[in-house]
Design a protein around this ligand. Structure first.
Ligand SMILES: [Zn+2]
Length: 255
């Protein structure tokens, strides 16, 4: 009988040992998961994680085609909708980048009134601080962007054009929620005015949408002049965390 007991203890020990090894393997796998995984442990990454993070399929989805994005599990798309107008909105925010396009038919025709009011407030406060702000470029229709892009490609070739100018359907200017201010020069970012904008725009609901050093994430090179209106809440979160819209919502941005 005692022999039998010993066997059971040995068996129990083996089981416990096996479970411990299995747990260790699981822990290792969890820790080594890439940060892009929506199922990774919140403690497994050294980047800040918003509670509303979303993961979407990496390629091939445009708002004009296959709305609903059936390629992704439903739980990954919670809170993500392609609206009936073909526009992708996450938490109510229009998302446009190299991976997510607007339909050619989409066009509010002008800047969003909320953006205009926010810009005027920012402009007034900048003026009080001694800085002049003005809008160089606001709403652009799909047709207008097509003209611009075609011309740009003819001038510099597609590869260079794609780093600094969105293809038709992929421009935030088509949303009426983006503006270019003051100067289309990278050096604007290091001017006192450009620095004031970078530091204060969030208080009015804007972010510098394509920050320096984030081209691999946003798909676009540094544009200190391109401001996206997202509302004060999200703009504040992005600015405080240093995250781009792509990082915040775990979005790809690539053609
Ligand atoms: Zn722009």
């Amino acid at each position: 009988m005692s022999t039998h007991r010993t066997d059971r203890r040995i068996t129990a020990g083996l089981v416990i040992g096996t479970v411990a090894i299995a747990l260790a393997v699981v822990a290792t796998v969890v820790e080594s998961r890439p940060a892009q995984s929506s199922h990774a442990s919140p403690t497994a990454s050294d980047t800040p994680r918003p509670t509303a993070s979303k993961t979407l399929p990496s390629r091939g989805i445009t708002s004009g085609a296959a709305p609903g994005a059936a390629a992704a599990p439903v739980d990954d798309l919670a809170g993500v909708t392609f609206d009936s107008d073909g526009v992708l909105r996450i938490d109510g925010h229009v998302v446009v980048n190299k991976s997510f396009a607007l339909p050619a038919t989409f066009g509010p025709g002008d800047l969003d009134p909320a953006l205009v009011a926010a810009f005027q407030a920012m402009q007034a406060e900048a003026a009080a601080a001694g800085f002049s702000l003005w809008i160089l470029s606001g709403y652009r229709s799909h047709a207008h962007q097509t003209d611009n892009y075609t011309q740009r490609v003819a001038e510099v070739g597609q590869e260079t054009a794609d780093r600094g100018m969105a293809r038709p359907g992929h421009s935030e200017h088509q949303t009426g929620l983006a503006i270019d201010v003051n100067s289309l020069s990278t050096s604007f970012g290091s001017t006192p005015t450009g620095q004031w904008v970078a530091q204060n725009a969030y208080r009015f609901g804007f972010v510098v949408r394509y920050p320096d050093g984030k081209e691999a994430v946003t798909g676009f090179k540094y544009e200190p002049w391109h401001l996206r209106y997202l509302g004060v809440e999200l703009a504040t979160e992005l600015t405080a965390s240093g995250l781009t819209l792509e990082e915040y919502y775990r979005l790809p941005s690539a053609y």
